[in-house]
Structures are given as C-alpha cells and as structure tokens.
Design a protein around this ligand. Structure first.
Ligand code: FES
Length: 336
C-alpha cells in the first residue's frame, strides 16, 4: 500500500514557524508504505514545505507518539532534505512505540526531535565495511548513500529473513550503479558467519566496521572482528534501547544547589532515585534518546550510556542523561 498526503491537509500554523528554532519539530506524515509485512516506511515533511535540518549519515530522530518516545534511523539523504524517512519494524511484544508509529495516519502531526548523530562514518576511513542484520539496515542505508555520493568505497554485508528485507531493491540498484560499492546478501546464519569471517580477513588496512541489528547479532559481529584482531577504535555499533544495560554499581550523587545527597543502588536509575527523593526531573523516553532528562555535572566522571550526547559532549563530562547513565566513581556532583 502506498498512499499520498492530500494537498489540503497541511495548513501552516504559528507553531510550525516557531518550531524551526527549537530542539524539536512538528512534522506531518506525508506518505506511508509497507516495505514488508512488518516494516512500515514513514515520510515526514514540514507543514510549510520548508527543507528540514541536514543530518550526518547514521543519524536518528526521536518520534513522540501516543505517549511513547522512540528513536528511528533516518534512511534518506541528509543533505538539506525535503523530508525525513524512517522504516519502522512492528514489535508486537515491545512497549508499544512501534505499534503507535504503525497507526500514524496520513496528514497526522507528530513531534520529533532534531536528528542526532551517534553512528557517523569516520571521515578518515580508507574503506567502510557495513554489516546489517534485519532492520539494522536503516542507518546502514544512509551510510551507503553517503559513500556513493562522496565517492568512498564501502562493502555491505546484509543478512535478512526471506520476504523480510527492507530497502533491498534500492540497495541492489545503488550498488549496481556505483563502482565503489559492493553488496553481499545472506539468508542464513551459517552462510553469514562464513561470509563475515572471510570479509573480516581481507579488508584493507584503515577499514572501519559498522554493525547494526539485534543486540546478539552485533555482539557476534564484534566478537568475530576481535578474534580477527581488529582494533577497537575501528569497530562501531548502533545500539537502540536500553534493554541490555547492566544494573551498574551503586554510587552517591551530591546536589550542589540544595546541598542534599542521594544514594543510587545497583539496578535503580539515577532518574528514579532522584524522583524518589523528591527531586523533579523532566523526562520522556527513559531510554537515553530524547534528551529531556539532561542534568549539568559539577564534579566527577559520568558513565555515559545514552544515545543522545555526541562523543564530544560525552568526553566533556559536562552533563549526564540521568535516565540511563551512571557514575564511574563512587560519587558524582550534580549542578541541581
Ligand atoms: S528521558 Fe529521554 S534521554 Fe532520559
């Protein structure tokens, strides 16, 4: 099914215009297509038909929908885009976010974050080895597009279940038209593992590896790369969600402005502990993706586990996303 937005459904409002200066945008669902039985592609546009903010390959945005806030990779070109495209796998056993996105109707307005980059290609890489499992193809596709338009060489290993491969025709076509790109497809675990081991062993020096897919898929890819002696600095994964975060060590936060202290036990998030002790903190996704729960840090080393802050922001240790992040040290001082 592929349906188009009616041209009269999108009169601009004052809120539309002011959204341009905020960290969020209000966009309309302009198109929706089922790429497979369970994967729905959603196209979002500005109600005033303005171009949208550019983004780096591998970026994601957070959609707020029916009380859920979930991150989805942008699959299109990020260069002054007229639209944002995402492809969403329906997870009936999840927390409901993907079901809500699958229910979005044409012309419906949604609040989305500005795109964030947590999985960019390394500009100095000599070659890119892209490895995608299932829906993990989404950020990989934008890497592939960027490699094609920048004339960079990239090889994609794409493993999927029959009838469940999103964007396959598009990727085959892109690789066919672009001499610097190559594609290998796998439909079984064993053949993929053999293909991965072979590919890991023949990459030129200076290659960077990027993996995206289910958690156990990414772990097995990284384990094979380590076995093949790839340096850690050349391994990159795109992980969404916090389902596999460990409970972490206990620590104590000191609140610089109020003078209080709060103990954070193992298995309790900093956000939960602050709320229990009466400290109110804005929050939305509780997955480290939306940016709502950011708190300034005065002293100490946060253990950043979010997908919101970029590498420089994490290295500065100036703020912490308290819904998922913890402390490397027994004590942390927050500027609240
Ligand atoms: S609540 Fe969304 S990043 Fe913490």
């Amino acid at each position: 099914m592929n349906t188009q937005l009616a041209s009269t459904a999108d009169e601009p409002t004052t809120a539309d215009r002011s959204a341009a200066v905020s960290t969020h945008l209000e966009l309309v669902v302009a198109d929706a297509t089922y790429l497979t039985q369970d994967i729905r592609e959603i196209v979002l546009r500005d109600p005033c038909r303005q171009n949208l903010p550019s983004y780096a390959p591998g970026s994601h945005l957070v959609i707020e929908c029916e009380g859920h806030a979930n991150p989805y990779s942008l699959t299109g070109s990020g260069d002054s885009p007229a639209e944002y495209r995402i492809s969403v796998l329906h997870c009936p056993d999840g927390r409901g976010g993907s079901s809500a996105v699958h229910r979005l109707g044409l012309g419906e307005r949604v609040r989305v974050s500005l795109p964030r980059s947590a999985f960019p290609p390394v500009a100095s890489a000599r070659h890119h080895l892209l490895i995608a499992g299932g829906i993990g193809i989404t950020p990989t596709l934008s890497h592939l597009r960027a490699a094609a338009s920048w004339g960079k060489s990239a090889e994609l290993l794409y493993t999927y279940r029959p009838q469940q491969a999103a964007h396959l025709d598009e990727i085959r076509d892109l690789c066919k038209r672009t001499p610097s790109l190559s594609l290998r497809e796998f439909a079984g675990r064993n053949s993929f593992r053999d293909g991965l081991v072979e590919a890991l062993g023949r990459q030129p020096l200076g290659t960077h590896l990027y993996a995206c897919g289910p958690q156990n898929f990414m772990e097995s890819v990284i384990a094979e790369a380590r076995k093949a002696c790839w340096p850690e600095s050349r391994l990159h994964i795109e992980a969404f969600g916090t389902a596999n975060l460990d409970p972490g060590k206990p620590f104590t936060v000191h609140l610089a402005r109020t003078g209080g202290s709060v103990h954070i036990p193992s298995g309790t998030s900093l956000l939960e502990a602050l709320q229990k002790s009466g400290v109110s903190v804005p929050n939305l996704c509780r997955q480290g993706v939306c940016g709502e729960c950011r708190i300034p840090v005065k002293k100490g080393r946060p253990q950043h586990r979010d997908l919101y802050l970029n590498e420089q922001e994490k290295a500065s240790n100036a703020t912490i996303m308290c819904c998922v992040s913890r402390s490397h040290e027994p004590e942390l001082e927050l500027d609240i």
